[in-house]
Design a protein around this ligand. Structure first.
Ligand code: N2P
Length: 342
């Protein structure tokens, strides 16, 4: 009986929603990183605008790019800075209409007009972050300063790493003192023996939720997205975040509208919605990356702003990635082969 009543209520609510929605109800197809957009934010947007959000997720820029190139239709995607540069070069993005985005004024100029989108024509920063080392200090007591310490051999089989070939290569290049954005055959040849020693020490590759294996004690050290490290730190202060001394990647993950997006108006409505300080602060609460929205940051608690993974005191060693053109497929091949043990 209870069950029947509940389904009747659900049916009534659904038909009320159908009545309220205009004919051919508006939709938004969002393709974004997993564990990055809170469901509550999507629900609030739908409640307020009547626009239904279809949210699909991915775990790497390459995965997103290949789906789009394969003809999938999305209204918003969420590339990192270097992939925005690739997409602009290939003419894959539609320009942003700033008239529809009064809340764009909330964005921190420090993350705008960067080399990947010099006029900020094609992308709206969503979250910024770094890739660094998380140490379970109860299990790893030696000082850990950089990639070379993680891969000294001492922690073999106790390491989680991002499932991301460009990131993996970067750790080796930075350790060799090589510019992380100058990638050619010679750079790859230098990095290869380093990675051949390092990769077998990794227990697990995980870009979606590397915090999980650290939390459950399956591994003791990891190289992960800063937001994951921030969540671990909130969970237990024994998880310390270290920005590698050799230098590290700072990503500017942004929302962008594919050129052929069928629902550009809805895409702009969503962009302006998430640029509202209180909405952006909700995103920070679930996914504590560096919020590029100054007005949202002002709404965070002192504790949130004091999380060293979310807001590192010193960013001087951080660097964004650039589009490396054709070398990107060489990177994929080298690392895939090394990971396969050949
Ligand atoms: C969110 C992943 C952050 C993406 N789960 C790093 N570019």
């Amino acid at each position: 009986m209870k069950h029947i009543l509940r389904s009747l209520t659900v049916a009534a609510a659904a038909s009320a929603a159908a009545l309220a929605a205009p004919l051919g109800a508006a939709e938004l197809n969002l393709f974004a990183w997993s564990e990055y957009v809170p469901q509550a934010v999507l629900d609030k947007f739908t409640e307020e605008t009547g626009i239904k959000v279809n949210y699909e997720t991915y775990d790497s820029n390459e995965e997103m790019l290949s789906k789009l190139v394969g003809g999938a239709e999305y209204d918003l995607v969420q590339p990192s800075e270097y992939v925005i540069e690739v997409m602009v070069r290939r003419g894959m993005l539609a320009p942003i209409d700033y008239k529809a985005l009064p809340n764009a004024k909330n964005l921190d100029p420090a993350f705008l007009k960067q080399p990947h989108d010099p006029e900020q024509k094609f992308s709206i920063p969503y979250m910024v972050g770094s890739v660094g080392i998380v140490v379970n200090t109860e299990k790893v007591t030696d000082p850990i300063k950089g990639y070379a310490d993680v891969f000294s051999g001492k922690y073999s089989g106790r390491i989680v790493a991002l499932d991301d070939n460009r990131e993996l290569l970067t750790w080796a290049l930075a350790t060799l003192g090589h510019d992380i954005n100058s990638i050619d055959a010679a750079a790859l040849a230098k990095a290869k023996p380093v990675l051949a020693k390092w990769l077998p020490q990794i227990k697990l590759y995980d870009s979606a939720s590397p915090k999980t294996s650290l939390l459950n004690g399956e591994v003791d050290i990891g190289i992960v997205w800063s937001g994951e490290a921030a969540i671990l730190y909130n969970e237990d202060k024994k998880f310390q975040y270290v920005l590698p001394a050799e230098g590290a990647h700072m990503f500017i993950d942004s929302l962008a509208i594919p050129k052929d997006a069928p629902n550009k108006k809805e895409a702009h409505a969503f962009l302006d919605f998430i640029l509202r300080p209180e909405i952006s602060a909700l995103i920070s609460a679930d996914f504590p990356y560096t919020n590029p929205n100054v007005a949202a940051r002002a709404q965070l608690s002192d504790e949130q702003r004091a999380n060293p993974a979310s807001y590192p005191a010193d960013h001087s060693t951080l660097k964004t990635f650039r589009d490396i053109g054709k070398a990107a497929s060489d990177v994929e091949k080298l690392i895939t082969d090394l990971r396969a043990g050949s």
